[in-house]
Design a protein around this ligand. Structure first.
Ligand code: BYC
Length: 331
């Protein structure tokens, strides 16, 4: 059993006050916590949960866009989309590796996903109906992801923070390719612009939900911020995203589907910001609990991929074992 978190800094077992205070002092001094360092069990569990969910989101997130690779409207679009989907696969792998440094296995995390015990982002339970959905995912979903993930580059846990640096660079490219698709559609025919508006109408609210419940309803934010895993609250990041995105929609000539949205001078400490209308949290929780349009398909697709890949994992392990005992000559 992985027990380093239960050994206090003073060498005694159990999470003594001294140990917890010394750990918090390291966090407050902006020291990075590394896998071999003593850490409270709650800190370790929070990271395993968040990094695991994040990794699953990247892998499940390949499905809605992968669905359009064969139908991309040009070779250039196909090459960019293929590269983006592959990038998401890479992000999942860095994140599974970061979580593994905390004493869990990728097999175990995958089993939890397939059994419905581990969550992944609600956003990936919506279907991609038209090509404009691919533009909108890049623009809004990757845009929201960047807003959430840039602060994670300063997360107190070293392996997670370091993984996020490369991920954010790639997400930034993804966001631009999405916005460029939207720009092209919005400068195209009336039908193309209508397709872009329809996609924005369907993806706007689910994108706002990506940031998680309002702060007052968020069970983990307070502790995660004290541990500097999260640097901003869910509502703070959602507001930053809205303020950055509404002018982008205006530039495209599209309308954000929120009749209550208005500029409010009082927001952001008097700097002003866009006040949004009520979010349908019943829909959010229905989707998180498995009742979204695509939940069953997503898990079925991941289960098939995991089952179909069993022979590859077995062969790779057998090959590695033979190499380790010198029975296979190095190529
Ligand atoms: N969907 O106390 P809270 C991507 C859950 S992938 C589902 O605020 P926390 C991309 C939450 O887990 C984007 N569940 O939690 C990939 C918790 O349940 P549990 C993924 C959600 O952790 C491909 C409960 O609600 N990004 O970028 O402090 C293509 C209470 O919430 C959601 C990440 O994972 C949701 N949207 O804050 C394109 C980033 N929101 O665990 C793009 C890393 C909340 O107690 N994660 N829940 O059962 C985070 O930053 C935080 O985990 C969250 C939630 C802000 C998401």
């Amino acid at each position: 059993m992985y027990s380093q978190g239960l050994i206090g800094a003073d060498g005694r077992t159990g999470e003594t006050e001294t140990f917890l205070a010394a750990f918090q002092a390291r966090i407050d001094a902006e020291e990075k916590i590394e896998p071999k360092d003593a850490m409270p069990e709650g800190y370790r569990r929070t990271l395993v949960r968040q990094i695991g969910q994040h990794a699953h989101s990247e892998i499940v997130g390949m499905l809605p866009e992968g669905n359009w690779v064969t139908r991309a409207p040009s070779l250039r679009r196909k090459a960019a989309l293929l590269a983006k989907v592959q990038d998401e696969g890479g992000h999942g792998l860095y994140l599974y590796s970061a979580a593994e440094t905390l004493g869990v296995t990728r097999d175990g995390m995958t089993e939890e996903l397939l059994a419905g015990k581990a969550k992944y982002s609600s956003i990936f339970n919506y279907p991609t109906l038209t090509w404009a959905d691919i533009g909108t995912i890049g623009w809004l979903v990757d845009g929201a992801a960047i807003m959430n993930q840039i602060p994670l580059c300063r997360c107190s846990f070293g392996p997670y923070a370091r993984a996020m640096i490369r991920i954010c660079k790639e997400e930034s490219f993804h966001q631009r390719q999405g916005y460029e698709i939207m720009l092209t559609l919005c400068r195209g025919t009336r039908a193309q612009k209508a397709m872009a508006q329809d996609a924005l109408d369907r993806w706007w609210w689910p994108s706002l939900m990506m940031f998680g419940p309002h702060d007052a309803e968020s069970s983990h934010t307070e502790q995660s911020m004290a541990w500097k895993i999260k640097r901003f609250s869910n509502d703070e990041l959602r507001q930053k995203f809205i303020d950055a995105t509404v002018p982008q929609a205006e530039y495209l000539g599209l309308k954000v589907p929120d009749p209550a949205m208005r500029w409010d001078e009082a927001l952001n400490g008097g700097k002003g910001g866009y006040r949004h209308g009520p979010i349908d949290w019943d829909e959010f929780w229905r989707v998180v609990k498995g009742e979204g349009v695509m939940n069953r398909d997503r898990i079925a697709a991941r289960k098939k991929a995991w089952d179909d890949g069993a022979w590859v994992r077995e062969a790779a392990l057998a090959h590695a074992a033979k190499r380790a005992t010198g029975k296979v000559a190095a190529e």
